[in-house]
Write a protein that binds this ligand. Structure first.
Ligand code: 4NP
Length: 180
């Protein structure tokens, strides 16, 4: 697969990735937990920070959907620390990369962009899915358990690829293995 360009870090310190869906109780929490696990496995926990939020504020402060939590637990991940947050315009200045789950999330996030550089920080989470680059992560909220299993497979594939790219990029940055 061709190399996908990641935005360069806005500031020194950790590279910050925000994962965004609608409610921040199903898809983006699953992506958050899986991506954070991949980051840790790659030895990048002190170089990459993962956060997540929803474009809607309905569930702010709540844990993730029990179906999302059960799917993660069964696969060996810890869903317990999640509390839902809402995406706000200020997040563009706090993070380097905003990864959205579907086209509606993307337009909702882009509607909050208020600086020329902000749109370039936004990408689809599945831009990094080798199986179907650029596809949406479908909303499993109104469906059955199969939908959560499918979301898990999508976020696992995408997270592995994204972390490989982050490792390459961070190796070129000051503070990385080759940057001193
Ligand atoms: P998510 O799924 O965006 O993946 O967290 C949803 C969660 C809640 C609702 C819709 C989608 N809702 O309508 O409350």
């Amino acid at each position: 697969m061709e190399r996908v360009a990641l935005p360069r870090p806005r500031t020194a310190g950790r590279y910050r990735v925000a994962v965004v869906c609608l409610g921040n109780i199903c898809r983006s929490p699953m992506a958050h937990v899986v991506l954070e696990a991949r980051v840790a496995e790659a030895g990048l926990a002190d170089r990459v920070e993962v956060v997540s939020s929803g474009t809607a504020g309905w569930h702010v402060g709540k844990p993730m959907d029990p179906r999302a939590a059960a799917t993660l637990s069964a696969a060996g991940y810890d869903p317990s620390r999640h509390r839902a947050r809402q995406f706000e315009a200020g997040w563009f200045d706090d993070v380097d990369l905003v990864l959205v789950m579907d086209a509606a999330n993307r337009s909702d996030v882009l509607a909050l962009a208020d600086q020329p550089g902000h749109p370039a920080q936004v990408a689809m989470f599945r831009d990094f899915d080798p199986a179907e680059p650029g596809a949406e992560v479908p909303d499993p909220y109104y469906g059955g358990d199969d939908g959560f299993q499918e979301v898990l497979a999508m976020v696992e594939r995408s997270s592995s690829r994204l972390v490989a790219l982050l490792a390459e990029q961070l190796a070129d940055e000051p503070g990385g293995p080759s940057g001193g």
